[in-house]
Design a protein around this ligand. Structure first.
Ligand code: NAD
Ligand code: IPM
Ligand code: MN
Length: 353
């Protein structure tokens, strides 16, 4: 019997609604599947926790989380309670950095039954591989206060090690898919980091002669995501470009509420963390209408990560059958609640067992 120890952090806002829904789905899978079980431990780290304790997680928080096989997180952020840069850097980004989750994998594919906003969606199925540890999200910089000449400086950091690592990860994934990698660049406008990014891309691509490569400036790339996303297979992008591209990917699927993600620790030293692309959705908290699919598809990524690809595929099939029958929440034009969508997925999983 394989037992996975999972730390769950519902976090803020709708994280508290969609994480329990996805845990119900995972528990159902373990009931149906003799060889797999989960041991969930919930951690209350969130903006509410900050108000009570003055920090997003306790000093030994990371140490406690390091004992788990994976982390299952909802969303972090409630700007009415705690400024975003404090809550995110105190929890989400802290875990990504300290646990060396240097790669963020974010799939986007056309879901049956969902009206994509695109004129010609053409069954797209792509994977954004985002560098998750440096780039534009560096903490190097500062502010100079001089009356009206005030300046803010934000440095970008691109190391060869991290750049090469994310590119190799993308190429390795592409060899198992359509064997195409597109690099998101901006070397026409950004003179140090992006020409370096292009150079590393070329170097790495030499080791993968069977993989077709392409590079596009990020501005053009976002337009291609809208006009013809089916031309893409795997995309590799810096931290910020990958953040933006993955939200465009979510948008063309019809809603940010369905997009999944995995923050991967590639060296196996620390747990990886699975969390959907969306945030805490302050505008719909407590209404019972948060789309649980992003979190449930994220659970599929957790299953895949632990070698349970077969069950993962069954779960994705069931998600697709549910959307195909239009059992969906309001963000996808439906009338169903978080609970109704989750219950339907659970019912269909049981029917397949
Ligand atoms: P958001 O993703 O929370 O919301 C954007 C829009 O999408 C909102 O209209 C929201 O209602 C909708 N939406 C998001 N998820 C949905 C779902 N599952 N079902 C239905 N609709 C959904 O982005 P935001 O408004 O920019 O950020 C809100 C807060 O979340 C901020 O504090 C932000 O920093 C934080 N945030 C956290 C994460 C994370 O923890 N990974 C990601 C993004 C934003
Ligand atoms: C995401 C989010 C975070 C990011 C924010 C909330 C810091 O947008 O996970 O995509 O930019 O990485
Ligand atoms: Mn984002």
């Amino acid at each position: 019997m394989k037992k996975l120890k999972i730390a769950s952090i519902p976090g803020d806002g709708i994280g508290k609604e969609v994480v329990p829904a996805a845990i119900d789905v995972l528990e159902t899978i373990s009931d149906l599947h003799g060889g797999l079980s989960f041991d969930f431990t919930e951690f209350p780290y969130s903006c509410d926790y900050y108000l009570e304790h003055g920090e997003m997680m306790p000093e030994d928080g990371l140490k406690r989380l390091s004992d788990f096989d994976s982390i299952f997180l909802g969303a972090v952020g409630d700007a009415n309670l705690v400024p975003d840069h404090i809550s995110l850097w105190g929890l989400l980004i802290k875990i990504r950095r300290e646990f060396e989750q240097t790669i963020n994998v974010r799939p986007a594919k056309q879901l049956p039954g969902i009206q994509s906003p695109l004129v010609n969606p053409n069954d797209f199925d792509l994977l954004v591989v985002r560098e998750n540890s440096e780039g534009e999200y560096s903490s190097i910089g500062g502010r100079i206060y001089r009356d009206e000449d005030e300046i803010a400086i934000q440095n970008n950091v691109f190391s060869r090690k991290a750049t090469e690592r994310v590119m190799r990860f993308a190429f390795d994934l592409a060899t198992k898919r359509q064997k195409r990698v597109t690099s998101a660049t901006k070397s026409n406008g950004i003179v140090y980091s992006m020409p370096f990014w292009d150079e590393v891309f070329k170097d790495v691509s030499n080791d993968y002669p069977d993989v077709e490569t392409d590079q596009q400036h990020i501005d053009a790339l976002t337009a291609f995501f809208v006009t013809n996303p089916s031309r893409f297979d795997v995309l590799v992008a810096s931290n910020l470009f990958g953040d933006i591209l993955s939200d465009v990917g979510a948008g063309i699927m019809g809603s940010i509420g369905v997009a999944p993600a995995g923050n991967i620790n590639v060296n196996g030293k620390y747990p990886s963390m699975f969390e959907p692309v969306h945030g805490s959705a302050p505008d719909i908290i407590g209404k019972g209408i948060a789309n649980p699919i992003g979190q449930i598809w994220t659970a599929k990524m957790l299953l895949d990560h632990h070698g349970e690809e077969e069950i993962g595929q069954v779960l994705l099939d069931v998600i697709e059958e549910t959307t195909s029958d239009r059992i969906v929440t309001a963000d996808l034009g439906g009338k169903h609640t978080t609970k109704e969508v989750t219950d339907e997925i659970i019912k269909r999983l049981k029917a397949k067992a």
